[in-house]
Ligand binder design. Sequence first.
Ligand code: FAD
Length: 327
Amino acid sequence: MPAEHTDLDWASVTQALLDLGIGKLYENADLRQCSRWRIGGRASLLVEPSSIDALASLKQFLCAKQIPHLVIGDGANLLFDDAGVEGVVIRLGKSLSGIRVDGDLLSVDAGVWVPRLAHASLLAGLTGLEHIVGIPGTVGGLVCMNGGSQRRGIGDNVVDVTAVDGNGDVIRLDASECGFAYRTSRFQSGLTVAACTLRLQPGDKKAIRREMLEILHSRRTRFPLKLPNCGSVFVSNPAMYDLVGPPGKAIELVGLKGVRRGGARVSPQHANFIVNEGNASSTDVLTLIADIRSEVHKQTGYWMESEVRYVAPNCSIFPAHCAKEMT
Ligand SMILES: Cc1cc2nc3c(=O)[nH]c(=O)nc-3n(C[C@H](O)[C@H](O)[C@H](O)COP(=O)(O)OP(=O)(O)OC[C@H]3O[C@@H](n4cnc5c(N)ncnc54)[C@H](O)[C@@H]3O)c2cc1C
């Protein structure tokens, strides 16, 4: 939700939320600790709601007071601005991390760590989530991004989602109402995922484990894991894929593998990853994204779109390649 206020009394907001017993609060929070890129300024307030009811009360309060806010999980797909965020960052994590198994259905809270969900499906002997093993982030973030690997998305398994809307009302959406498409969903525009039900298939535990180990091995060898990054920067474009290849191949072909802008660098290991070599700014990353896009377009005719999302200081969130036009 974008900013209406620029002169909020944050001490009063904090006190009101303490009185409501919403959960943990952190004033003037360092956003570098909330993003896997380790980039970003400070947030006026970071809140970790203790339950779905607390999340709903928090959104009701913020909506009534017109206080700008946004929801994050692990920040595995987010670029915060160096100027930080003037508003409330709602982080869903450990306090919303229940998993319940009922036959071939899994009920999962939004704060569950994705690799833990993959492990729970293995323990239950259920197949269908092997492709998410090793993806960093929370289930809320995964559902919002319709994340997955091997061209699959978690939306394929979603039966329904419990969400909190912009007014703080708790609603339930069937999968058909969630707007799942490749690496996107309806949850990118203000609805907060609080929990979801997933349907899997009974499977053979040994086969599930073998496939997960193979996927983990492949991820460890292909992806840069030592320097901070947010995974694949650009989303694959099917038309470009057929003629040129996936984004990493296209970036390599146009000669940008290893290229630097300030402290940000196109990973020499996998060209669709941008790594923070230590002191990268949000501007360094956005400049690199813009330069990659225009060079790939110049040489191939395709505009690539970014999967990673940029958080503007006024709390609006959009694909990082749009940042320059939107701010
Ligand atoms: C090394 C590495 C490898 C990766 N590999 C993959 C991969 O193979 N496949 C893949 O799909 N992704 C991959 N990613 C990207 C990332 O892991 C996923 O996008 C993940 O699902 C993001 O989850 P998160 O909790 O970190 O969300 P965040 O990064 O915190 O947020 C991402 C978006 O989701 C929104 N959001 C977060 N939580 C909620 C919620 N509860 N309700 C509504 N909206 C919410 C945010 O507002 C934001 O728009 C990778 C990232 C890294 C760092």
